[in-house]
Design a protein around this ligand. Sequence first.
Ligand code: ADP
Length: 331
Amino acid sequence: MNQVASNSQLMDNPRILVVGSSNIDMIVKLDRIPRPGETILGGEFVTAAGGKGANQAVSAARAGGSVTFIARVGSDMFGDQAIAGFLAEGINVDHLVRDPASPTGVALIFVGGDGENSIGVATGANGNLSSIDILNAREAFAGAGILMMQLETPLETLQTAADLALDAGLRVILNPAPAPPPPPPATPRGGGARPLPDSLLRHVSILTPNETEAESLTGIKVDSPAAAAEAAGQLMARGVQTVIVTMGIRGAFVADAATRQLVSAFKVDAVDTTAAGDTFNGALAVALAEGQPLDQAVRFANAAAAISVTRIGAQPSVPKRREIEQFLATH
Ligand code: ADP
């Protein structure tokens, strides 16, 4: 397809705004993860584009969204690489800021022979994504359908974006990942103060925690659909309209004013669940922005995520629209 055709096609696609992080993942694969003070030779090195914001932006773009990504990367080589990657996906980077001082976010990842990993993240430019950056991107909010965010950029910035989204009539998807710190021990089960302010949650149309994140937000151990329903009820009482708890191989538990139901995952041979949640969120945003009903949108997101777990890596494993549709037609 030539450039003009693909651009004009994008104009008709649902518009998704993503506010979030962009990292470069530097991965060293070894027989095992080195202990403090230890050096192990013989590893294999790969780099990959990452960061939850970037992963979800790529997922939404491949699922058929016209995506604008609001983020910060450094004025360094990794920032150049990240932007080239977004452009190749057809993602609009008009409001992506080059930080003059801080480097692009970096995740240093050790992967051991058994697949376990150990990750250190230098937040870098992601930590400087500011409310002013959001206000400078104000024009991107007009005409968009969905704003999607995660927790790898400052909370105050997310609040500003959520406020603008409310004014502009956008629905807000918040993927509360990575898990906020657990409530302090003195907090009664299911009842205490949590790190996400209610002022933010009140502006969230759809909150998409995984089981761990749902637990850290509510204090409820989410190990069954019934527990997911209880956690969702508590989050809805704090102002969220719809809660979707992703439950790995089980699928996703959906709760809103009208429904409480588990939408089952698809049966596939999983080889790597990295970025399953990011793939789910990007595809969900597109399906909802297209006006698909909630249960159908979750089925679409389950399908995208199921395809992603059959492949290795984060962004390389994210499926395109045609694959998701073929998968749905045959499962
Ligand atoms: P996260 O990656 O954020 O921890 P989950 O593990 O809940 O999130 O996975 C997100 C979604 O990916 C699930 O809701 C499901 O749709 C899909 N998924 C995850 N693991 C599998 C699996 N083994 N088989 C099929 N689908 C899966």
